[in-house]
Design a protein around this ligand. Sequence first.
Ligand code: LHQ
Length: 255
Amino acid sequence: MEPLITNKEGGVFFITLNRPDFLNAINRDLLSALSSALHEADAPDVRAVVIKGMGRAFCAGQDLKEASAGKLDYEKHLELYNEVFLQIRRLEKPVIAGVHGVAAGAGMSLALAADLRLLSYSASFITAFARIGLAPDTGITATLPRLVGMGKAFELLALSPEINAVQALELGLANRLVSDDEFEETLIRWSTEIANGPTLVYGLVKRALNSNRATTLEEAVALEAELQGIAGGSRDHQEGLAAFLEGRKPRFQGR
Ligand code: LHQ
């Protein structure tokens, strides 16, 4: 069975983790397939990316059977995880994690690397690292405190409580929460809507939020001006202005 399935519908590139018998735990094959899929997602006709899991979970993190076989050099292995994390963050188009069932360890890191999270009521998050005596990885120390603040991030990373879907929404770990029945349809509808939006600007929003250069107010406004220079020269901005003046809905193309 392929560890990962991809398909494209309209401008949306769907990436489905496909090891349902192991709650989509990540082994080497899945990790490298994920990296290849994210390369593919860089194509100009892809305007939004969805990452989701097959079966009853989003992803249970590193495959612990592979880890316990004793052949993994963790520091070296993390280079592969880090590459995937950076691919998601550097992809200048919206990445949506569709989380139903559990997202644990590096599976939670993966969900938090995305720009938006749609959850179903069956979703839950467990950082899980400390539970098995590991430090947090795959970018979660950069994403989690930005979403929930330092104090909560420490609690979640150190004490590893299970966070249910409602708690996740309250904490800011979810953008939207829907019933299990509505989940698939909402994921398709929402990602398609997003893919039809001004995706060039979405990419610039991502670049600005990613930036660690903006450490002072002066740097923040300078970066905003640089990015606005790019957006201001785009076709989508022309279309947005025209649509406003003509009193109609804009038809964005992502360029
Ligand atoms: C699994 C896994 C799994 C293999 C469920 N692996 N089979 C670490 C090391 C090195 C470098 C890179 O980075 C990392 C980062 C990490 O990701 S560390 C954190 C790793 N993940 C975990 O510690 C979570 C382990 N899993 C669990 O705690 C539970 O399975 C959860 C709470 C996720 C779900 O519990 P249940 O709903 O009760 O399901 P289950 O435990 O019965 O699992 C179903 C099957 O999936 C079962 O197999 P079986 O053959 O018995 O049906 C599990 O063995 C398998 N599975 N997680 N990570």
